[in-house]
Design a protein. Structure first.
Length: 429
């Protein structure tokens, strides 16, 4: 594979993140440009104002281009929303010759995708899970095998047509070609879940600002994908109501919560809204803070307020418990279970809340860890925490495709065949 550039845009409810990476043979993608811009026109993962969303995406892309010193044309974009859902379906075909070929696998997958969906739904991912050759299951790479009957188990992720059409319109108005739209949960899983966890069975909860994406894996394959319309914004709202502060101050409290509770208010860049003046004030006030039951919010420029640590923790834990219970109900309604043998991995910006992994473990009764994205090199300092799991996963998804951009600008059946071929290549050690 010749050197090329891959561009990913994570369209979130709180921020639009663009990452431009350079890819060369046998090397990890190197980040050469990155920008996170406050999200506008996006609510709970869905475009609600095309002009505002287009402008926010434009600002993010242009800033990343300036940093990278390149102009991009083809992009991978994340998609999310409450009505993103999934189902598992199988396709069966008779093998044409003495051996199973790429054409046979392509026909089997095409057969699996010919299912009856409501007119408003569009399949955004058709992921082969395993193949069955003459009743022999558990096959990941059937090409070259002998058999007369080929069956494929697929995982199909769907989204309303309006979701991806509006998102695509926002990006294309900037003169960019949407090469692929990728479910947020699937992208995040690519950057934070290990192969061992997938094989044993694991659940990923990507807790974003407006939504929580769910992906469940078993025996190395994804078996469930979904989204619930709850996230960090709901936690911020609860803090605002419970402590009787503005939403802006509530967000500041949430972002600085770990340091406030532990009284470790070190002068460092704690969040995007931190200023040198605020950091100096925190340093000055630190000696006054005592280990105890109260937090002095004056260090965050919220005058005359002291709140109970226990009260703040209870507010946050109550909302997190609701998020987890709604996620559990959604998964069980589909016939699956959320507490898998390898446990639960939480990622997304809200996963950094103090002791959330321990709290999550108590709710689900299985081991829990925070998922940090990995696999990229270069300028990764700005995108190293869990809130950037999706955008890093978009780059890895694009790399797995390994399809020449010029050859894939049309969504022809030939292109789909190429993707099937490349998917098989990714299974070979």
């Amino acid at each position: 594979m010749a050197r090329k550039t891959i561009t990913a845009i994570d369209v979130g409810s709180s921020k639009i993140t663009t990452v431009i990476s350079s890819v060369e043979d046998n090397q990890a993608p190197s980040v050469i440009g990155v920008c996170s811009y406050p999200s506008k026109g996006i609510k709970k993962g869905v475009v609600v104002n095309i002009d505002d969303a287009t402008n926010a995406i434009s600002e993010s892309v242009m800033a990343a281009e300036r940093m990278a010193g390149v102009t991009v044309s083809d992009v991978y974009v994340s998609i999310n929303g409450e009505l993103v859902t999934s189902l598992n379906n199988k396709g069966v075909v008779a093998v044409a010759g003495a051996e199973i070929t790429i054409d046979d696998t392509y026909r089997a997958i095409e057969n699996a995708r010919t299912l009856s969906l409501p007119d408003n739904l569009n399949p955004i991912h058709i992921i082969p899970r395993e193949f069955v050759v003459d009743s022999q299951g558990g096959i990941k790479y059937p090409i070259g095998m002998s058999g007369t009957r080929l069956e494929v188990e697929t995982h199909i992720i769907t989204a309303p047509n309006s979701y991806w059409q509006n998102l695509k319109k926002c990006v294309e108005q900037l003169g960019l070609n949407v090469f692929d739209v990728v479910f947020t949960g699937w992208a995040s899983a690519l950057s934070v879940i290990t192969d061992t966890e997938k094989e044993l069975g694991v659940t990923l909860l990507d807790i974003g600002a407006g939504t929580t994406s769910i992906s469940i894996f078993e025996e190395g394959s994804v078996i469930y994908s979904g989204t619930i319309p709850l996230g960090g914004i709901n936690i911020t709202s609860d803090i605002a109501i419970g402590l009787q502060v503005s939403l802006e101050d509530a967000e500041k409290i949430k972002v600085h919560m770990n340091d406030l509770i532990e009284n470790k208010t070190k002068a460092k860049k704690l969040s995007n809204d931190s200023t040198p003046a605020l950091l100096r004030k925190i340093e000055e006030e630190e000696p006054k803070l005592k280990k105890g039951d109260e937090i002095d919010l004056s260090v965050l420029d919220i005058p005359g307020r002291k709140v109970s640590k226990e009260m703040l923790k209870n507010i946050i834990e109550a909302r997190c418990e609701e998020i987890f219970e709604v996620a559990r109900e959604s998964v069980e309604k589909a016939g699956f279970k959320i507490n898998m043998p390898a446990g639960v991995v939480i990622t997304g910006g809200s996963s950094l809340l103090k002791d959330l992994s321990k709290f999550t473990q108590g709710v689900f009764g299985v081991a829990t860890r925070i998922g940090y994205p990995s696999g990229l090199s270069g300028m990764v300092e700005e995108i190293s925490d869990p809130s950037f799991a999706c955008v890093q996963g978009l780059i890895k998804h694009a790399l797995d495709d390994e399809v020449d951009v010029e050859a894939t600008k049309s969504k022809s059946s030939g292109t789909f065949k190429n993707r099937v071929v490349e998917w098989f290549k990714s299974l070979i050690p």
